[in-house]
Ligand binder design. Structure first.
Ligand code: ADP
Ligand code: MG
Length: 239
């Protein structure tokens, strides 16, 4: 495995009891890239992401992150190596303030000066959060809560950010803002694996994408190629 690869997944399988949710997925994320997983509800996208962080049911297969075999590591060890997840549905601490939610993202770090710099950077990226810092997370709009979830993940100073449906349920203007932010985060040197049911958002942001259906990769290619593929257009782009 060369160090030009951020994440490499081989023969990933995830089971929940007797149900196979992911049935032998392979994927690669080159350093510097935004790569997307698209597919319908129930296809197995969340299971892939959670398994990469060892959060999902019963998983097998090999996951290598920046040259480290993380297949059997605990989630906190994987976070310590520089991977962060923005989970589906955000999973904020609803009664904690925005500031406290952000601080939780840095729980493994001891470098307080750098933590402060990352917090400043989050508030630069999401200025709307500045005046909400002392409010409970649950009092924010859906879009602002998504900003907190992304900000919290950035507070662990990740090299790879996993985003699970970051735009679902958000108004078009907020979707655009989240998209712009994901681009900015990637330009700052963070690799991105993006899960989206909204294939048009995903193919705009990512350079390469995998189409997941029923626990398998059924198609993969550059976003340009997939955007012009008749099957992708019919099944995922509503064209
Ligand atoms: N905790 C769970 N227990 C049992 N089945 C699950 C669980 N999580 C997901 N599944 C099943 O696994 C399949 C894939 O789900 P998921 O990974 O959430 O797909 P997606 O994120 O693409 O919507 C679905 O059939 C879903 O019902
Ligand atoms: Mg999902």
């Amino acid at each position: 495995m060369t160090t030009t690869t951020s994440l490499s997944v081989r023969d990933l399988r995830v089971r929940y009891g007797g149900v196979t949710a992911v049935d032998g997925v392979n994927l690669d994320l080159p350093r510097g890239a935004v790569v997307a997983l698209i597919g319908s509800n129930g296809a197995g996208k969340t299971s892939v992401m959670n398994a990469v962080m060892n959060l999902a049911g019963d998983s097998s297969g090999t996951r290598v992150f920046n040259g480290n075999d993380i297949s059997k590591m605990r989630t906190d060890q994987i976070v310590g190596l520089g991977m962060a997840l923005v989970p589906e549905g955000r999973r904020l601490f609803p009664y904690m303030t925005v500031a406290e939610n952000l601080t939780m993202g840095a729980y493994l770090r001891r470098d307080s000066a750098a933590i402060q710099r990352d917090r400043d950077r989050v508030l630069e990226v999401f200025p709307a959060l500045r005046e909400k810092l002392n409010q409970p997370a649950m009092s924010l709009s859906g879009g602002q809560q998504q900003m907190v979830a992304i900000g919290r993940a950035l507070m662990s100073s990740p090299r790879l950010l996993l985003l699970d449906e970051p735009t679902i349920g958000l108004a078009p203007a907020v979707v655009d803002l989240i998209g712009t932010t994901i681009r900015a985060i990637n330009r700052d040197g963070v690799d991105v694996l993006l899960v989206e049911q909204n294939a048009s958002v995903a193919l705009d942001l990512a350079s390469y994408a995998y189409v997941i259906d029923d626990g398998n990769v059924v198609m993969q290619g550059s976003s340009e190629t997939l955007k012009h593929d008749n099957r992708v257009q019919a099944a995922y782009l509503g064209l």
